[in-house]
Design a protein around this ligand. Structure first.
Ligand SMILES: C[S@@+](CC[C@H](N)C(=O)[O-])C[C@H]1O[C@@H](n2cnc3c(N)ncnc32)[C@H](O)[C@@H]1O
Length: 272
């Protein structure tokens, strides 16, 4: 009896770990949210002893927080019934997945064993596909709405990864309508506080199935709206030129990063 929260990776099934697959097969029930990924959904339905598709708690225009609370309640209900429970989320289950952590917290408070297993996240795919190593300049990650709303200082000499860049300010589930241009404007205004208009920004969507290619787009902060951002987009903003570090590294990091991104674009599906 107890709860295990697992990730199924981004590219399914190749990025699902053996330990996640084993946990799913051995649990009494698996509750999962793998978005609308048909292949992952089919695999989970066939390999879990019993299942609940948590994606059904979303509805067009419904507040996502409400759906997440219902997902946590559903997970806890199965624990209360004395079952061994797995909650599976796409990517890494601890990266931008509130319900996974909340379910663990509530389960432990009620005396159940609960743990999380790591998974392959979108950012892991980005490091590989864009050949972006966070070692030389570090890396800062933000959630887009938080980045726009909160008055925090960011050093533009550190590369910036922006999660949920296509759903700025949108707390509802909108798979049909998608992002609004007004929200992209908010993100652009925030970026312009730290970057010049001609500074590059990259949009990235990792492949979710074997044989698919990642999608990358390059624009400038001033032309952000030309990137076709959607709910799966993550953005990367290269660092502004840092004279001391770039001189030390020999080749300007920004130039090198953009070069590897252009090459990645040539290999992948280019979106602009
Ligand atoms: C709720 S979070 C889930 C993240 C996921 N748990 C992970 O580990 O990658 C959703 C955000 O993850 C990012 N994301 C999801 N799928 C992606 C993909 N295929 N490629 C790039 N980023 C993705 C986007 O920033 C998206 O708005």
């Amino acid at each position: 009896m107890g709860l295990t929260v697992v990730g199924t990776g981004i590219c399914f099934p190749s990025q699902m770990t053996f330990e996640a697959a084993d946990a799913i097969k051995m649990a009494d029930i698996t509750l999962f949210n793998v978005g609308n990924h048909a292949i992952a959904t089919d695999w989970l339905r066939s390999n879990a002893r019993a299942f609940t598709d948590l994606y059904e708690f979303y509805a067009e225009g419904k507040n996502r927080t409400e759906s997440y609370e219902e997902m946590v309640d559903a997970i806890l209900t199965e624990l209360h019934a004395g079952k061994t429970v797995v909650a599976a989320f796409y990517g890494h289950p601890g990266v931008f997945v509130g319900p996974g952590f909340e379910a663990i917290k509530r389960a432990r408070k009620e005396g159940f064993d609960a743990r999380m297993l790591p998974g392959v996240s979108a950012v892991d795919c980005m490091f590989a596909d864009l050949e972006f190593d966070p070692a030389p300049y570090g890396c800062r990650m933000v959630e887009a709405t938080d980045y726009v709303l909160m008055d925090r200082d960011y050093d533009p000499r550190t590369p910036l990864i922006i999660w949920q860049a296509g759903v700025v300010g949108d707390m509802t589930f909108n798979i049909v309508s998608g992002p609004t241009s007004q929200n992209t404007d908010l993100l652009k205004t925030r970026l312009l506080r730290d970057y010049p208009e001609d500074h590059p920004i990259i949009s990235y969507v990792a492949a979710t199935l074997a044989g698919m290619k990642p999608q990358t787009g390059v624009a400038t902060v001033g032309t952000l709206e030309t990137l076709k951002l959607n709910a799966s987009s993550t953005c990367l903003v290269p660092p502004v030129f840092d004279h001391s570090l770039d001189a030390e590294l020999g080749v300007p990091f920004q130039t090198q990063l953009l070069q590897s991104i252009r090459e990645a674009q040539d290999r992948s599906a280019t979106v602009n």
